[in-house]
Design a protein around this ligand. Structure first.
Ligand code: GLC
Ligand code: MG
Length: 534
C-alpha cells in the first residue's frame, strides 16, 4: 500500500487485548466483568490505545474459559447483561475507540443447543452440524487425529455409537463448516454483533476451521521430542490449514464487507509463507492474520532481524502487516525476554511497521505468576501436566494498585495476584516518570503522532551482534531505531552515509536529546529512537 493512500483505523491504531476474567471485577465475585471494563476505559484511552479486543464474553460452561460458547449471541451473566454490553460499546464509541469481539467458529460448547440436538440421534436435523464418524471395525477411533489439549481428538458417544471430533476439549465439539446451514447460522451470528455496531472480530483458531474430507491419518512429526505436547507427535497435515479454509474465510470477510470499515483478524499459528495466504490472493481474506513471530522466536537480534525482513518481503501487496508480543496463551513478555529487555520489547512492537497488539498488563511489565498445583485452572495444564503448558501464569488479575487483591477485586480472585503487586501496579507507575507505564505511554504517543513510525515505510539497517536496527520513513521524515538485545554495551557502525540524528525517545531517558552519528555505542538492554537526516 502506498503512503498516499488513506490508512484505516485498524492499520494505524494499537489493539489492546483484555482477558475479561482478569481485568477488573466490579461485583465482588473475584472474576472480571463488563462494568469493570467500563470503569477502566479512561485508563485505556489515556494509554493512547484506541482499539480494544475482548476475549470471549458469551454464555459458556467455562470448560475452556469462554472458548466453549453455548450461545453465540448472548452475554455470560458472570460478565454482565446485554445492557452492560450495549453500554460498554456506547462508552467505547463515545471515546472515539473501537471494540473487537472474539469469535469462536471452529467449535461450540458441548452444551450448545445445536450440539445437544446433534447428539440425540443419527437422523437428527442437526446431526451433520458437527463431525460424526463411525468407529473402525474394531471399535477404535476413526483415525489418529489428536486433540490439542491431550489424548484423542475423537470422543465416543454411547447412545448413537459414533465418535465426534474435537480439536480441543471434548466439551468443544468441532462444527462442520462444510455444511451450508452451519455456515449460514454462524455468519448470521457475526451479523448480530456487527448490527449492534461492533467494529470487528478476532477469529479463534481460524486455520482449524476445515478438516480433510477423506479423514486421512496425520503423518508422524519426525522432529517430535517428549518435552513437547503429545499433540505435536503428528504433523497436522489433514486437520488444519486445508485449502478449503480460504473459502470460509472469504465468506466471513464478505460479511464484514457488508458493513463500513470493520476488521477481521485471524488467530493463525503457521509459518509465514502459509500465514500470508490468509490475506487472500486478491486481499479477499482476513485483514490481519495474526503474526506471532515475536512470541515464537528466540530473543536474538539476528533471528528477529531475518524474520522481520522475510515477513516484510513475503507480504502480498494488499497485505497490511501486524505484530503481537503477548496474549492469553503464551508467556508474559517480561518473563520470556527478561525484565531488563521488557522496554526494548515494547519499543520493537511499537516501532515495527504494522498494527501492534498489546496484551493487558504488559504495559506495566506484569510477569508470569507461579500457580500452586491446587489453584491450577487451565484445562491444558490439567490434561497435559508437567510440560510447561499452563496458561494461568499469564492470565492473572490486572495489578491496579497496592490495596488488597491489587485493586482488581474485593474478594480473592479466581487466579492469584502476583506477589509483586505492591511494587508493580498502575497507580504507583502513574506517579513515576520513569516507570514502564510512562515509558510505554511516551512510546505510544510518539507512534500515534509521527506518521513515519505509525504508517511509514520500513527500511532494514543491517545490524551486528546483539543490535537490531531499522528505519521508519514517511514524507521526508525519518527515524532510526536501534535496540541492543544483549546485556552488555555494543558498538555498532550504522551503514548509513553521513548519518546525523537526535535521540527522541530512549529506554534510558538520560540519552534523549543526544546527537548520534554512524558510530553508535549503546548500553546493554537499551534502545532508542532517533530522528535522522532532519
Ligand atoms: C485459541 C484460544 C485459546 C483456546 C483455543 C481453543 O487458541 O486463544 O485460548 O483455548 O483457541 O478455543
Ligand atoms: Mg465480577
Amino acid at each position: 500500500m502506498s503512503n498516499e493512500e488513506k490508512h484505516l483505523w485498524w492499520q494505524k491504531d494499537i489493539v489492546y487485548q483484555i482477558y475479561p476474567r482478569s481485568f477488573k471485577d466490579s461485583d465482588g465475585d473475584g472474576i472480571g466483568d463488563l462494568p469493570g471494563i467500563i470503569e477502566k476505559l479512561d485508563y485505556i484511552k489515556d494509554l493512547g490505545v484506541k482499539v480494544i479486543w475482548i476475549s470471549p464474553i458469551y454464555p459458556s460452561p467455562m470448560a475452556d474459559f469462554g472458548y466453549d460458547v453455548s450461545d453465540y449471541t448472548g452475554i455470560h451473566p458472570m460478565f454482565g447483561t446485554m445492557e452492560d454490553f450495549d453500554r460498554l460499546l456506547k462508552e467505547i464509541h463515545q471515546r472515539d475507540m473501537k471494540l473487537i469481539l472474539d469469535y469462536v467458529p471452529n467449535h461450540s460448547s458441548s452444551e450448545h443447543p445445536w450440539f445437544l440436538e446433534s447428539r440425540k440421534s443419527k437422523d437428527n436435523p442437526k446431526r451433520d452440524w458437527y463431525i460424526w464418524k463411525d468407529p473402525k471395525p474394531d471399535g477404535s477411533e476413526p483415525n489418529n487425529w489428536l486433540s490439542v489439549f491431550g489424548g484423542s481428538g475423537w470422543e465416543y458417544d454411547e447412545k448413537t455409537e459414533q465418535y465426534y471430533y474435537h480439536a480441543f476439549l471434548k466439551e468443544q465439539p468441532d462444527l462442520n463448516w462444510r455444511n451450508p446451514e452451519v455456515q449460514k447460522a454462524m455468519l448470521d451470528n457475526m451479523r448480530f454483533w456487527l448490527d449492534k455496531g461492533v467494529d470487528g472480530f478476532r477469529v479463534d483458531v481460524m486455520w482449524h476451521m476445515i478438516k480433510d474430507d477423506q479423514f486421512r491419518d496425520n503423518p508422524p512429526n519426525p522432529d517430535y521430542n517428549e518435552k513437547r505436547s503429545p499433540y505435536e507427535q503428528h504433523l497436522q497435515a489433514y486437520t488444519t490449514d486445508q485449502s478449503e479454509v480460504h473459502g470460509i474465510v472469504k465468506k466471513m470477510r464478505d460479511v464484514m464487507d457488508e458493513y463500513d470499515e470493520r476488521v477481521l483478524i485471524g488467530e493463525i499459528y503457521l509459518p509465514v509463507e502459509r500465514l500470508v495466504k490468509y490475506y487472500g490472493e486478491q486481499g479477499e481474506g482476513t485483514h490481519l492474520p495474526f503474526n506471532f513471530q515475536l512470541i515464537l522466536l528466540p530473543w536474538n537480534a539476528r533471528e528477529i532481524e531475518a524474520a522481520i525482513d522475510r515477513y516484510e518481503g513475503i507480504l502480498p501487496e494488499h497485505g497490511w502487516p501486524n505484530w503481537v508480543l503477548g496474549n492469553h496463551d503464551n508467556s508474559r513478555v517480561a518473563s520470556r525476554v527478561g525484565r531488563e529487555q521488557a522496554r526494548n520489547a515494547a519499543m520493537l512492537l511499537l516501532t515495527l511497521r504494522g498494527t501492534p497488539t498489546l496484551y493487558y498488563g504488559d504495559e506495566i511489565g506484569m510477569e508470569n505468576v507461579e500457580i500452586p498445583p491446587e489453584k491450577v485452572q487451565d484445562p491444558q495444564e490439567k490434561n497435559i501436566p508437567g510440560k510447561n503448558l499452563n496458561r494461568d501464569p499469564e492470565r492473572t488479575p490486572m495489578q491496579w494498585d497496592d490495596s488488597e487483591n491489587a485493586g482488581f477485586s474485593e474478594v480473592e480472585p479466581w487466579l492469584p495476584v502476583m506477589d509483586n503487586y505492591q511494587e508493580v501496579n498502575v497507580k504507583k507507575q502513574e506517579k513515576d516518570d520513569n516507570s514502564m507505564l510512562n515509558f510505554q505511554k511516551r512510546l505510544i504517543s510518539l507512534r500515534n503522532n509521527e506518521p513515519a513510525i505509525n504508517i511509514g515505510d520500513y527500511l532494514p539497517v543491517p545490524g551486528s551482534g546483539n543490535i537490531l536496527s531499522y528505519i521508519r520513513k514517511h514524507s521526508g521524515k525519518e527515524f532510526l531505531i536501534v535496540l541492543n538485545l544483549g546485556s552488555s554495551e555494543e558498538h555498532f557502525t550504522a551503514d548509513i552515509p553521513d548519518l546525523k540524528g537526535v535521540v527522541k525517545l530512549a529506554t534510558n531517558p538520560e540519552i534523549e536529546g543526544q546527537q548520534i552519528g554512524r558510530e553508535i555505542s549503546i548500553a546493554g538492554n537499551s534502545g532508542f529512537i532517533a530522528e535522522i537526516n532532519a
